[in-house]
Write a protein that binds this ligand. Structure first.
Ligand SMILES: N[C@@H](CCC(=O)N[C@@H](CS)C(=O)NCC(=O)O)C(=O)O
Length: 354
């Protein structure tokens, strides 16, 4: 039998896998979910999950990693129930929020999981089972040790350290506050239907709000609405989207602006400082976030993300830029687009976030 369902390989503990799966479910795209490698399928060049196997020009399945471009390719291949708003202004706002979810919220996710003893203990105990629940207790115990040590040693990748811990944690809490206030008015970030940015937030929050003890306790206690939102977003296959469900080009809601204010306060200075450090070949990113020091190893993939966002902004006409400005001016996000300097774009990709 010819099975042309899409194949996705990933793991329940991977926020980007959860992002991709939820997007596929909402989009009603038939898929097969593999939770371990299939020797019959090629491995991607960059060893990340999720891996989505997409047909090339000859119909052969090719492994692709990186949820953001994969989502855009699927918009083209399956033109129903789309999650990239057609309006270029709302599209840009969505791209920015998606990137914040993928590249900033993931710092909180990885930080909480591998920084505190209680969280390390749970992740270390549970995650190795995802490869195979029938492994012996001895093997699982050995995996716990190896995997935890490896991940703790990689905290530097997302910029989690003793200096940045207070910034990351305060930012997670403010993000929840802003999201909670926004969800009082509308079910999704950009209207009454979900966009790719919702799935980006959802992916990270499957772990932060529902798995890792420290951040999930906080989320459950203070923001039950967000806990529920995450559960609802898991399977939106039955939601009938209103064709006009995305915000119009002039989204004016104060609660949306508050989310962008949070983005501008944390993600923006770090993305700008990181891109500059990558561009200048520096060994350290050093900046201030919210008046507090931020130090991390440069992350070339995130410089590439900034480049993509600037490219999208550069494609807007004058009126559209003014409309974007009406939402983001004064939030700090406008700084991303002040000086579209050419970036040195490298071929690496990000890694290390589950
Ligand atoms: N930008 C990628 C990020 C994917 C990513 O970082 N995946 C993590 C798991 S959530 C990973 O595979 N890390 C490498 C590892 O754990 O070995 C995406 O959006 O898909």
């Amino acid at each position: 039998m010819n099975d042309d369902r899409l194949i996705i390989r990933g793991s329940p503990g991977s926020p980007y896998t959860r992002k991709m799966l939820a997007a596929l479910r909402y989009r009603q795209i038939p898929y097969r979910y593999h939770q371990s490698p299939d020797p019959a399928l090629p491995e991607p060049k960059v060893r990340l999950i999720p891996v989505v196997y997409l047909p090339d020009a000859t119909g052969a399945r090719q492994p692709e990693v990186d949820s953001t471009p994969i989502i855009r390719r699927l918009e083209h291949d399956y033109p129903h129930r789309q999650i990239i708003p057609e309006n270029p202004v709302v599209g840009l706002l969505n791209a920015l929020l998606e990137d914040y979810g993928d590249e900033w919220l993931t710092k909180a996710m990885f930080h909480y999981r591998w920084y505190y003893a209680e969280d390390i203990e749970l992740a270390g105990a549970v995650l190795p089972h995802y490869a195979d629940v029938t492994q012996t207790d001895e093997t699982l115990q050995a995996m716990k040790q190896i995997f935890s040590e490896r991940q703790i040693n990689r905290l530097y990748v997302v910029g989690s350290n003793d200096t940045t811990a207070p910034v990351i944690e305060a930012s997670y809490q403010r993000c929840l506050e802003a999201l909670n206030a926004h969800l009082k008015h509308q079910p999704f970030l950009l209207g009454s239907r979900p966009a790719s940015s919702d799935f980006a937030f959802y992916g990270q929050l499957t772990q932060l709000a529902q798995f890792d003890p420290t951040p999930s306790r906080l989320t459950r206690q203070l923001y039950p609405r967000i806990h529920a939102w995450v559960s609802k977003c898991e399977d939106l296959s039955g939601l009938e989207p209103d064709p006009d469900g995305f915000l119009t080009a002039k989204p004016t809601s104060a609660s949306l602006k508050a989310i962008f204010t949070e983005v501008g306060r944390t993600y923006v200075p770090v993305m700008l400082a990181n891109a500059e450090a990558v561009d200048l070949g520096q060994l350290e990113v050093k900046t201030k976030v919210d008046g507090l020091p931020w130090i991390q190893t440069p992350f070339p993939y995130q410089a590439k993300c900034l480049h993509w966002l600037r490219q999208e902004y550069a494609g807007l006409d004058e009126t559209e830029r003014d409309q974007v400005g009406a939402v983001i001016n004064g939030t700090g996000c406008e700084r991303l687009f002040l000086k579209p300097t050419p970036q040195r774009v490298t071929e690496d990709t990000k890694h290390g976030s589950d």
